[in-house]
Design a protein around this ligand. Structure first.
Ligand SMILES: Cc1ncc(COP(=O)(O)O)c(C=O)c1O
Ligand SMILES: N[C@H](C=O)CCC(=O)O
Length: 439
């Protein structure tokens, strides 16, 4: 499919992109770095499918890294976007729909009394941290090894996602002074949290945690770990930032908070959202208690701004997506996850491949090890060499998986029996390829 490029194959497009764009991609995980081969250049997406430049339709388990819970290009979302666009692409001024979106989130997620819209998850977490520092007058941030919260300086320390994929310990270009304000602890390690607070408690502004880790593969919080973090932070006058950029409105209608339901001292102080809240458009948000959120300018001293914040086309996509995300949508996603989990286990077990599937709601991934990992150290201690041949066997059979063992698999409510059937049919051969892999 040419689309004005004069080129038709993924390989040609990748070569051209590499001559114009660093590494040929605008986000590192897209480059197939850890699985090898040529990235697919996509030209269309509809329902559970994406179509590449060679006209090949693939069943998609990336779902734009999470936003597409309804399936790609849901007609009502597309219509809402077209209607909004017809009235103007961007105003740089308030619009009536912004408050409707904020109300929609506040009605679902108890700890969110006020919401500020931004454009990316990176901006949401960056702003939440600035707000926590402004509120507490402290400078240190605690984050977890292998958690990813976007690419702002202080958060690219021991991060997951593309850094895990590329085995990068951090990023160049981050001043020591900034990196030094981030304290990294192993995930699910309560003793490590207690120790870090015992040593630095009066300087810690906040703990930031993925509500369920999903950027080192899915790694679930142990028991009431999130509530424990809130209680420990609060006991030391610090805040808990629950990063729901990935889990928000995906693992349930109210995200991970909706599944755990922590309130009072156990609840997070600030929450960040992205992906689903924008329905596939660039929109993200941070929210929390009124008195904290009102420290943001223009009411308070913590500054945050954005030319495109609350963009009307993005708000239309997000609002329509959330309104369409009925309990039935979550039932369909869970059904899709059930079918894939069952078939994946069966296929890998039949080949004697050690594996563990970690899952919350419909969000899951597979690790090539006996036990589900509880930390980044454990997530890295797996037979990761089995993933590239597994991935390529699935791709050859027409199923697009995330191009890294450290990323989650994303289903949508549009994954119908036909799409699921293609995945199930592809798995036995992929499991054989995983079994045959050598380190
Ligand atoms: C948990 C989490 N937080 C933050 C981000 C950053 O969001 P964005 O890529 O929109 O900047 C991501 C994903 O990229 C994420 O998974
Ligand atoms: N793990 C990231 C999002 O959740 C992958 C998306 C990206 O960084 O391109």
């Amino acid at each position: 499919m040419d689309r004005g490029t004069g080129m038709s194959t993924n390989a040609e497009l990748f070569e051209r992109a590499k001559r114009a764009i660093p590494g040929g991609v605008n986000s590192p995980v897209r480059a197939f770095g850890s699985v090898g081969g040529t990235p697919r250049f996509l030209v269309a997406a509809k329902g559970p499918h994406v179509t590449d430049a060679e006209g090949r339709e693939l069943v998609d388990l990336v779902a734009s890294w999470g936003p597409a819970i309804l399936g790609h290009a849901h007609p009502e979302v597309v219509q809402a976007v077209q209607d909004a666009a017809a009235h103007g692409l961007s105003f740089g001024a308030s619009t009536p729909a912004e408050a409707l979106l904020a109300e929609e989130v506040e009605a679902r997620v108890g700890p969110v009394e006020r919401l500020r819209l931004v454009s990316t998850g990176t901006e949401a977490t960056m702003t939440a941290i600035r707000l926590a520092r402004g509120a507490t007058g402290r400078d240190l941030l605690v984050k977890f090894d292998g958690h990813y919260h976007g690419h702002s300086d202080g958060l690219l320390v021991a991060a997951g996602s593309g850094l895990a994929t590329l085995a990068m310990p951090g990023s160049a270009g981050i001043p020591e002074a900034v990196a030094g304000t981030t304290l990294v602890v192993p995930y699910n390690d309560r003793a490590a949290i207690e120790a870090v607070f015992a040593e630095h408690g009066d300087r810690i502004a906040a703990v930031i945690v993925e509500a369920a880790a999903a950027n080192m593969g899915v790694v679930l919080p142990d028991g009431d770990f999130n509530a424990f973090l809130a209680r420990t932070a609060h006991a030391h006058g610090a805040l808990l930032i629950s990063d729901e950029v990935l889990t928000g409105f995906r693992v349930s209608r109210a995200g991970m908070w909706g599944l755990e339901g922590w309130t009072g001292d156990d609840a997070p102080d600030l929450l960040t959202f992205g992906k689903v809240i924008g329905g596939g458009m660039p929109l993200a948000a941070l929210g929390g208690r009124r008195e904290l959120m009102e420290l943001l300018a223009p009411l308070g001293p913590v500054y945050q701004a954005g030319t495109l914040s609350g963009n009307p086309v993005a708000v239309a996509a997000g609002l329509t997506t959330l309104r369409l995300a009925t309990p039935g949508v979550y039932d369909r996603m869970e059904h899709a996850a059930d079918v894939i989990e069952g078939a994946l286990t069966e296929a890998l077990a039949a080949e004697g491949v050690a594996h563990a599937i970690s899952r919350v709601g419909s969000l899951f991934s597979v690790a090539f090890r006996e036990e589900a990992p509880r930390s980044f150290e454990e997530a890295k201690a797996q037979d990761a060499f089995r993933y590239p041949p597994f991935f390529h066997a699935m791709l050859d059979a027409g199923v697009s998986l995330p191009p890294s063992v450290f990323e989650a698999w994303f289903v949508t409510a549009a994954h119908d029996e036909a799409a699921l059937g293609r995945i199930v049919d592809a798995l036995p051969r992929a499991a054989r390829a995983a079994a045959a892999a050598t380190a």
